[in-house]
Design a protein around this ligand. Structure first.
Ligand SMILES: C[S@@+](CC[C@H](N)C(=O)[O-])C[C@H]1O[C@@H](n2cnc3c(N)ncnc32)[C@H](O)[C@@H]1O
Length: 349
């Protein structure tokens, strides 16, 4: 089956119609009735499936095709109108699909990483140096510049730097919590930040920004709004983003991090893009960095690509259905929380 949040990468190959049906029944319904409806119709539309099957396997992902159509201007509409749009714009849809990738940069995920980052900074007693692998435009590299509201502000409301004055208004990242989440008293200090991506997106490039917006599901205006605000924050001081494979670039980038800061390497929704060998290699690199540099590792990934010490994705003693449609957050290989795909929930274990 496709990876959780399978508008993105896919763990193993699966039939295209099945992929769209899964997206339309599991991934999309809670977030986008329109995408759920279109995907289910596509799954039952053999002529369209045959056209999609002409693309390379990793280009057939539902979210990539739907985002391409959105970029080109398709409106939220009943399926026959959407289908007509595809027929009229198929060459452009194809071009967009073949030249782009699903690179959703979901800044909301910072809310689910924040307690772990705060705990690391507190335990280390020093500021953080952050490396995100699979960073897209690098928006998750600014957890210290955003505002957070946990549980509708009932438990905690925090305003990140930049909430006032001439600086851009930060996005407010809202998150429901369950369990004993160790919410930090203050935002952690970040002294250095950098990312790696096969294709870094540039917050100053209007085409890249348009693509980031198109990747957000149609009905989720609140996500588009916080994306725009996060982009405005990132544009103030665009992050260092290295182009390349995370397995090739990580060690040399880690060597550039300031030695007196606590180094944290993190990733969300990335491991599904790697082969099993690629994931094993990454794990070995992280073990080396932990040993040589005391580096912390935060992994926020879906059920099919969670890497265990034995290389398996099986979590002993945990009901797999708790993770389905969510991510598992792990700190140095230890499970920490179940998190919403877009950072909307944090269920502490
Ligand atoms: C779904 S996006 C997630 C972006 C970001 N982590 C977030 O949570 O908002 C996955 C990103 O991983 C990148 N990626 C996939 N495979 C990679 C690899 N082998 N090395 C570096 N980046 C990779 C993609 O280009 C894409 O930008």
């Amino acid at each position: 089956m496709p990876a959780a949040g399978s508008g993105t990468g896919s763990g193993t190959e699966t039939g295209t119609a099945e992929w769209y049906r899964h997206f339309g029944t599991v991934d999309a319904p809670g977030s986008s009735p329109c995408y759920a409806d279109w995907s289910l119709h596509i799954a039952d539309d053999p002529e369209l499936i045959a056209r999609i099957d002409q693309w390379p396997y990793n280009k057939r992902q539902p979210l990539l095709m739907l985002a391409a159509a959105r970029l080109l201007g398709v409106r939220v509409s009943p399926y026959p109108e959407f289908r007509r749009f595809l027929d009229e714009h198929w060459a452009e849809v194809s071009r967009t699909v073949l030249s782009r990738a699903t690179q959703t940069n979901e800044v909301g995920r910072c809310a689910t990483l924040l307690p772990s980052l705060g705990a690391i900074a507190a335990a280390e007693g020093r500021p953080l140096a952050l490396i995100e692998v699979g960073a897209s435009a690098g928006l998750a590299l600014f957890p210290d510049r955003y505002s957070y509201e946990f549980d509708d502000g009932v438990k905690v409301t925090r305003l990140g730097a930049g909430a006032s004055g001439r600086l851009p208004k930060p996005p407010v990242l809202r998150c429901r919590t369950a369990g004993r989440v160790p919410l930090p008293d203050a935002l952690p200090e970040v002294v250095w930040r950098a990312g790696i991506d096969l294709n870094p997106l540039d917050v100053r490039n209007p085409d890249d920004v348009a693509w980031l917006e198109a990747l957000i599901w149609p009905e989720q205006e609140f996500r588009r709004e916080r994306l725009r605000r996060a982009i405005a924050v990132a544009r103030e001081h665009p992050p260092l983003l290295v182009a390349g494979d995370l397995n090739e670039q990580l060690l040399s980038l880690a060597g550039r991090a300031p030695a007196d800061a606590a180094l944290v390497v993190f990733h969300s929704a990335v491991m599904g893009y790697l082969s099993a060998d690629g994931r094993a290699r990454f794990r070995a690199t992280m073990q080396g960095l932990a040993h040589d540099r005391g580096c912390h590792w935060l992994s926020n990934e879906g059920e099919t690509v969670i890497i265990q010490a034995d290389g398996s994705a099986v979590l002993p003693g945990m009901d797999a259905s708790r993770i389905r449609g969510n991510f598992l957050l792990q700190h140095n290989g230890q499970r920490v929380a179940i998190t919403g795909l877009h950072g909307q929930s944090l269920d502490w274990l």
